[in-house]
Design a protein around this ligand. Structure first.
Ligand code: PGA
Length: 263
């Protein structure tokens, strides 16, 4: 049973496809997912969405319009337009009716050198156009082993949240706690480990804006499976999941959404 605070924040379950998929595979995955949701008979379920590679936003929009699954991107430029080769602007996501984008995923921070300042700028660009940024944060195994997980993650949160608060848009952001050691490794954080960090993130947000902190969804990500989702969802400050590998399987993703909704 979801606790009352979490119930007020209807859970979100977002599938992060990463650099996977293709026109034909996407069609199968989305059709299977829609069929599962329809067979579910409209009973309350976590709000599901998929974060797809940018070239497939058009396909996703066409396939999902009018259905109860949202869609968004995995990254976005902080710039509005111009000489930024390879980048995708918020306005371009809007052309395909994307509702959100991930920002600051650890794979982008580590492989593309994204800084906290850039992540905050991307989040702000999204919010100023009415899209939700899902700001990803998370510590490495080294930081955890050194006992610095909470300090590290809360600092990442502060760096993103303060500029958003300064512009009055913090309450509309979402955060995803994704410990790097749990991403793609099959080794999820335990519900207790997730709760400890999520509670610290919410405290950090509350120091900046108490009412926004109550409203902001904190998703957990890192090897989430149907078998582990309910344990995570039962935690007071876990408001859903950001699902990588398991989101490429319609049944598994749907089962995670159900487990997150206690249905
Ligand atoms: P994973 O990825 O579920 O495959 O661990 C999660 C993520 O990186 O968003």
């Amino acid at each position: 049973m979801l606790n009352s605070a979490a119930t007020q924040r209807q859970p979100w379950v977002i599938g992060n496809w990463k650099m996977n998929g293709g026109l034909s595979d996407n069609e199968t995955l989305l059709s299977d997912l829609l069929a599962l949701l329809e067979s579910h008979g409209g009973r309350p379920i976590a709000r599901c969405a998929v974060a797809v590679p940018a070239p497939y936003l058009f396909q996703t929009m066409v396939r999902l319009s009018g259905h109860p699954i949202g869609w968004g991107a995995q990254d976005v430029s902080a710039e509005a337009a111009g000489a930024f080769t390879g980048e995708v602007a918020v306005s371009m996501l809007q052309d395909f009716e994307a509702q959100f984008s991930l920002v600051g995923h650890s794979e982008r921070r580590s492989r593309h050198g994204e800084t906290d300042a850039l992540v905050a700028a991307k989040a702000l660009a999204l919010l100023q156009q009415g899209l939700t940024p899902v700001v990803c944060v998370g510590e490495s195994l080294q930081e955890r082993d050194q006992g610095r997980a909470l300090t590290f993650v809360c600092d990442q949160v502060r760096q993103a949240a303060q500029p958003l608060h300064a512009q009055g848009v913090l309450a509309d952001a979402a955060f995803a706690y994704e410990p790097i050691w749990a991403i793609g490794t099959g080794r999820s954080a335990s519900p207790e480990q997730a709760q400890e960090v999520h509670a610290a993130i919410r405290r950090t947000l509350a120091e900046i804006d108490a009412s926004a902190a109550e409203q902001i969804r904190l998703l957990y990500g890192g090897s989430v499976k149907a078998a582990t989702a309910a344990g995570l969802a039962a935690q007071q400050d876990v408001d859903g999941a950001l699902v990588g590998g398991a989101s490429l399987n319609a049944r598994e993703f749907f089962d995670i959404a159900c487990a997150m909704s206690d249905c």
